[in-house]
Design a protein around this ligand. Sequence first.
Ligand SMILES: [Zn+2]
Length: 147
Amino acid sequence: MVADLSRLLSHFSDRNRSVKNWPKQIIADAADEGIKLVAFETYRSQARQTKLFAQGATQLKTVGVHHYGLACDLVKDIAGSPSWKGDFKFLGKLAKKYDLIWGGDWGRPGVRTRFPDEVHIQRCAVSAQRRLFAGTWYPDENYNPYA
Ligand SMILES: [Zn+2]
């Protein structure tokens, strides 16, 4: 289920146009390093979240950051097939370059994480997720999850 990037990015909120651009920028940067990436998942429905929770692929039973158009899973494109194999630390570096949170450390480098998700990048600090899910907050254009 490789995502059609342009189609899925249309789900991203118009409230923040830059959100539409960062997955493309990261894909381009990775290509410069000789790594071909593909956007595996951007927007996620509640139905799919429920299914992934049942599979143990996520800790969130209800909608996660993907549901808000603020997250993107970027996997390697190996001969046209999506791949989760190998090292994804380069993705952590690229996420930081754009002030994004990488699922490999959830924005806390050096801190052991209980649930690493090395293909996941989000534009929302973990500490802000509660407010996001409650509908009381949404990142604006200048939001920096590290600030
Ligand atoms: Zn994800």
